[in-house]
Design a protein around this ligand. Structure first.
Ligand code: PLP
Length: 392
């Protein structure tokens, strides 16, 4: 095996950037105080947290720094936004939530929890293209709708939803709008003011900050109930001593990725398209979801008759990291709910590879993948006589 290792699983997680790492380092051993302490060691940490909050505010186009709350990641932010909005709705007798069938499980399972508590949830279907239209949301809105939660970009197929239009619609109708922007931030322009977003979830480890840190944007006018009770951190809304190194890294990473986004996206999009063209030459292969409305780094591709898990493990042995289904669902062999939601049959859904590129990938990575993947597909298909039977 050569020493080449291509990491093409950036939708699962990203490498911490040098800048983010440098921002975190002082807060492990030098300035290790508690941000709530009034001595200088504490104050240094409190300023680092404030700086990071301003960096996130700027990246999201938020009006006020106090609209940014640090959390432990995307899952917590999604739980907080949806459970909080549900509790607010309940107070005014509104117990209906609109979401989509292909959200991340952090959203779907929180909605399922509220459903067990007596809420009604509308799961909007997503067509073959993997897109939700504002018209679908409009039709589903009811007098008792308290929240619309639609992801900005899908984690498996990378399709980008018209969140600005959905935001305007919700604003007109006086309904809260939450978006899970975990895959979107740093990979497409986001502006919570212009897009009329009320609540937005993001996660550090998808944008070159460490795992276990994230943020929730919550519009100032919303009195969102707490999810975690304790001390007065995060203005008393999200208790617990702040993860200062990770928060400092998140602030730096979000600044860095947003600064270079346009140039990075153009380069990443070109690499993705070259890879796609090469892989589509393989027989019995198709790409899932809209290519026009899609994150530049995402390629979700079905190789008929190839078992996805075997493909990922074989590619790993050859020095390529990619994934089948969503890595976040933790080793599950069930067909991906995203792929079945866009109409794939379970067999094809299990024969699907997600390649997710980002700014760290190079043209050589694409060349290497194109030199390895076709041979691996051929070999695995030889072991899958069923597919050959169908092709005869
Ligand atoms: N939402 C989306 C769209 C995701 O892709 C992920 C993780 O893959 C999450 C939420 C969960 O984020 P975290 O891993 O920070 O909890």
């Amino acid at each position: 095996m050569s020493g080449t290792y291509v990491y093409a699983d950036n939708a699962a997680t990203t490498r911490v950037s040098q800048r983010a790492l440098a921002a975190a380092m002082p807060f492990f051993r030098e300035s290790f105080g508690n941000p709530s302490s009034i001595h200088s060691r504490g104050a240094a940490c409190a300023s680092a947290v404030l700086k990071a909050r301003q960096q996130v505010q700027l990246a999201l186009g938020a009006d006020k720094v106090g609209e940014i709350y640090f959390t432990s990641g995307g899952t917590e932010s999604d739980n907080w936004a949806i459970r909080g909005a549900g509790e607010m709705g309940e107070r005014s007798g509104r117990r209906h939530i609109i979401t989509s069938a292909f959200e991340h499980h952090a959203v779907l399972n929180t909605c399922a929890y509220l459903e067990r508590k007596g809420f009604e949830i509308t799961y909007l279907p997503v067509g073959k293209e993997g897109l939700i239209s504002p018209g679908q949301v409009e039709k589903a809105l009811r007098e008792d709708t308290c929240l619309v939660s639609i992801m900005a970009a899908n984690n498996e197929i990378g399709t980008v939803q018209p969140i600005g239009d959905i935001g305007s619609l919700c604003r007109e109708r006086g309904v809260l709008f939450h978006t899970d922007a975990v895959q979107a931030v740093g990979n497409m322009p986001i502006n919570v003011e212009k897009m009329n977003i009320d609540l937005l979830s993001l996660s550090g480890h998808k944008l070159h900050a460490p795992k276990g840190v994230g943020a929730l944007y919550c519009r100032r006018s919303i009195d969102l109930p707490s999810l975690i009770f304790g001390g007065g951190q995060e203005r008393g809304r999200r208790a617990g001593t702040e993860n200062v190194p990770a928060i400092a890294a998140l602030g730096e990473a979000i600044t860095e990725i947003c600064e270079g986004m346009e140039e990075k996206n153009a380069r990443v999009g070109e690499m993705r398209d070259r890879l796609m063209e090469g892989l589509l030459k393989i027989k019995g292969t198709y790409v899932n979801g809209s290519m026009e409305k899609r994150l530049p780094g995402n390629l979700n591709i079905t190789f008929k008759g190839v078992e996805g898990e075997s493909l990922v493990l074989t590619l790993d042995m050859k020095g390529i990291a990619a994934s089948t289904g969503a890595a976040c669902t933790g080793g599950s062999v069930n067909a991906s709910h995203v792929l079945t939601a866009i109409g794939l049959d379970p067999a094809d859904a299990r024969s699907t590879l997600r390649i997710s590129l980002n700014g760290e990938n190079t043209d050589d990575d694409i060349g290497y993948m194109l030199s390895v993947i076709p041979g691996v597909i051929d070999r695995l298909r030889e072991l899958s006589p069923l597919w050959y039977e169908d092709e005869k």
